[in-house]
Design a protein around this ligand. Structure first.
Ligand code: HEC
Ligand code: HEC
Ligand code: HEC
Length: 446
């Protein structure tokens, strides 16, 4: 056996320890980056349904045409393998690439602008070392003039992209600041929940502005007002912090079940967050006062406390009179089994229709889509069951769906406007025949 002189042994040992230390630190950073990528929902836009993780090519609809996401794996030819840390930071926070190209704001850099240097470092470590390189050249985005003039985005950025790294508000709690950082920054909740202006710019990027998170319509879906503060029971005002955290973690809670564009957000992003982060988000949302200024507050009708009317609706439905109107009858025949005569559904399983943001939204398209094509909750780690509602488009006429929707929008104290058969026909046209057929209950499927 060879004798190692003591000083060398010590040096060898500490070198050994040092290497372990260095690797361990960077693994922690890669893991942190992976978690941050979940919060930013990078996969939601950069992975196609059957494509490899982060290889890009998902088409994102915009009012100007389809924009295809980039390959953000560390592949050197088709991905971002040649990006330095600063190139990566500029793409994320400013939407600009090393060759001077401006990204379309379909990539939410206007929100990511709030991300701290430390988090950028971790994300960079993850994308360079924790993600498999994939050789994939996504389809090129080809918008019509003038939207194909990418230099125009530079001008747009100059006018509208105003956000800077998030500065904690010293008057608020640590929890609030964490929530604000996540919602306004990486979580980019405002990209769907904040109304857009004339130039498609988000009207606000943070808590300081009354327009922030006051809701907006996205295609057929309505992304509701998320300002949960103040007195009242409009939307999140009627939800506790725990209700909000539960919804984000599982797509369901005692009031509601997720549908539409929000399904993917819950499935790919929010259901993977730590409880303390979800609670921080809830604390922040509950702190935002319901704004009176924001125009979309009128657009998002409320449920007034009309206890008497509420009783009336339930009583009429329960009385089984023969002369009830067509909407009520259709409700009893088709919906009552799950959502009940009181419209309160069953906690965690069947959403309440009374006071539901989707049901009373100014634009009824989301409601009509659910009645026609049904809905399915996502499977999440904490609530794996994919509870589903069958669609009714295969058996109810446009007129019947209109009567039904009018009834649920006005029953139990809801105050949504009535719906016409033409509106139903319009939504039906946008749903592929196969989706309507497949949404029918199992027993009628061939
Ligand atoms: C809402 C959709 C969306 C989300 C979420 C999103 N991206 Fe993107 N991203 C895009 C689109 C679309 C493009 C391409 C835009 C273009 O061609 O102008 C893009 C481009 C990029 C680019 C530029 C790459 C290149 O060279 O073309 C990088 C880097 C990037 N995204 C990283 C990320 C990271 C990291 C996350 C998560 C923190 C993320 N993106 C989340 C939609 C998204
Ligand atoms: C891609 C668009 C999109 C993004 C991004 C998004 N949401 Fe949503 N969100 C929606 C839509 C659409 C709905 C309506 C879902 C429904 O009616 O079931 C919704 C519903 C919600 C609800 C339920 C509100 C209610 O009154 O029923 C909450 C809470 C919520 N979102 C929170 C968030 C948070 C927090 C973020 C950011 C971390 C976020 N959302 C990001 C589209 C989005
Ligand atoms: C077999 C049980 C069942 C029947 C019958 C049923 N639903 Fe549902 N409904 C559900 C489930 C489960 C969900 C949650 C699905 C989700 O969140 O993706 C749901 C969701 C909804 C939603 C969306 C709620 C939200 O918070 O986003 C509306 C609106 C709705 N149902 C209305 C109706 C109407 C109107 C009828 C009658 C035409 C009906 N349902 C019949 C089970 C049912």
């Amino acid at each position: 056996m060879k004798f190692i002189p003591l000083p060398f042994a010590v040096l060898g040992c500490s070198l050994f320890l040092f290497t372990i230390e260095a690797n361990a630190a960077s693994q922690t950073q890669i893991d942190r980056g992976e978690y941050l990528a979940r919060i930013g929902d990078c996969t939601g836009c950069h992975t196609t349904e059957d494509g490899q993780s982060f290889a890009g090519g998902l088409g994102i609809d915009s009012p100007f045409g389809t924009i295809y996401s980039s390959n953000i794996t560390p592949d050197k030819q088709t991905g971002i393998g040649n990006y330095s840390r600063d190139d990566f930071a500029a793409a994320l926070r400013e939407g600009s690439l090393p060759d001077g190209t401006h990204l379309y704001p379909a990539m939410p850099y206007t929100a990511y602008a709030k991300v701290t240097d430390e988090d950028i470092d971790a994300l960079y470590a993850y994308f360079m070392e924790g993600v498999e390189p994939v050789d994939n050249e996504p389809e090129k985005t080809d918008l019509s003039f003038p939207f194909n003039q990418r230099w125009g985005i530079g001008l747009w950025d100059w006018m509208f992209a105003t956000a800077d790294t998030y500065e904690p508000n010293p008057d608020q709690s640590e929890q609030y600041n964490r929530g604000a950082y996540l919602v306004e920054g990486l979580g980019h909740c405002g990209s769907c929940h904040t109304p857009r202006g004339l130039f498609f710019q988000q009207k606000a990027y943070g808590a300081g502005d009354d327009h922030f998170l006051t809701g907006q319509t996205l295609g057929v879906w309505y992304a509701p007002n998320l300002r949960g503060g103040g007195e009242g029971d409009q939307g999140l005002q009627g939800w506790s912090e725990k209700d909000i955290a539960n919804y984000l973690a599982t797509g369901r809670n005692v009031h509601s079940g997720v549908v539409g564009e929000m399904i993917s957000v819950v499935q790919h992003s929010l259901s993977h967050l730590k409880d303390e982060d979800l609670t921080s988000i809830a604390v922040y949302l509950k702190s935002l006062p319901r704004s009176t200024e924001a125009p979309s507050d009128d657009e998002a009708p409320s449920v007034q406390d009309k206890t008497d009317e509420n009783k009336d609706t339930s009583a009429t439905l329960a009385s089984a009179k023969v002369d009830i109107d067509s909407g009520e009858r259709l409700y009893l025949d088709n919906c009552n089994a799950c959502h009940f005569t009181n419209g309160k559904g069953a906690s965690w399983v069947f959403p309440a229709l009374k006071g539901n943001s989707l049901v009373v939204a100014e634009n009824p398209d989301g409601l009509l889509h659910v009645i026609l094509a049904g809905a399915q909750m996502p499977s999440t780690p904490k609530a794996p069951a994919k509870l589903a509602m069958p669609g009714f488009g295969w058996r109810l006429s446009d007129k019947e769906v209109a009567d039904l929707a009018t009834f649920v929008r006005s029953g139990w104290g809801n105050d949504g406007d009535s719906v016409t058969a033409d509106q139903v026909a319009e939504v039906r046209k946008g749903i592929p025949e196969k989706v309507l057929r497949d949404s029918a209950p199992n027993m009628v499927k061939e």
